[in-house]
Design a protein around this ligand. Structure first.
Ligand SMILES: [Ca+2]
Length: 212
């Protein structure tokens, strides 16, 4: 009996560590400030989400000039990277990646999001190909959408703070233009470069985000 109890505790803890899952009511957000986190230039995020909402922010980060957002618009998933040059002379190096299918049908979607990610060549050798964009999987239909470019998006500088499910109203690049806060569930957020699972937030605004 004791062994069974220990096993259950271990299984519960393991499950919690692997599968942080959050319920967003549509009026708040989580803020993450992982230790020693570097999200400038290159990242690879993974997450899963489920919603029936047509609009809403899943993830957002910004720096002095640049920002990136993963959000819903008219039921489609969009990754927006905005990377103006500091002088404004060289123009911008951003990207807009939009899903073809609507993703607000209450099933779980899996998302991979890359920015300037070095794709490994064959045989384990590092290639020189960079990829930026996203892949969206619907495991229930075994479907996959890929929206990727191979541009070197130079000079992407972001603060090591990631907002999930919405954003703080005072952030500089989005005032008055941001989609609404997300309503639905987000789980298994992970960033591969820093090997961070997004479980321990630095802020749960108004304490309204619950665990699944
Ligand atoms: Ca920049």
């Amino acid at each position: 009996m004791y062994c069974l109890a220990v096993l259950l505790v271990v299984l519960t803890l393991t499950h919690a560590k692997k599968s942080p899952c959050f319920v967003f009511p549509g009026e708040t957000f989580l803020e993450f400030r992982p230790a020693n986190f570097n999200n400038s230039h290159m990242v690879h995020y993974q997450l899963e989400f489920q919603t029936i909402a047509e609009e809403g922010i899943l993830m957002y980060s910004e720096g002095p000039d640049d920002y990136e957002a993963l959000f819903l618009s008219q039921g489609k998933l969009i990754y927006l990277l905005t990377n103006p040059s500091p002088s404004g002379v060289e123009g911008t190096s951003g990207g807009l990646y939009v899903s073809e299918a609507q993703v607000n049908n209450d099933t779980w979607f899996k998302v991979d999001l890359w920015r300037n990610w070095e794709k490994r060549g064959r045989g384990g050798h590092r290639g020189t190909v960079l990829q930026t964009g996203m892949e969206i999987r619907d495991p229930s239909k075994n479907s996959l959408e890929t929206h990727i470019d191979h541009i070197n998006h130079r000079g992407v500088l972001l603060d090591p703070v990631v907002y999930v499910g919405g954003i703080k109203s005072s952030l500089t690049h989005t005032q008055g233009t941001a989609p609404p806060q997300f309503e639905g569930r987000i789980r298994r957020i992970h960033e591969q470069r820093n090997d961070d699972a997004f479980e321990h937030y630095s802020l749960n605004f108004d304490n309204k985000v619950k665990r699944c």
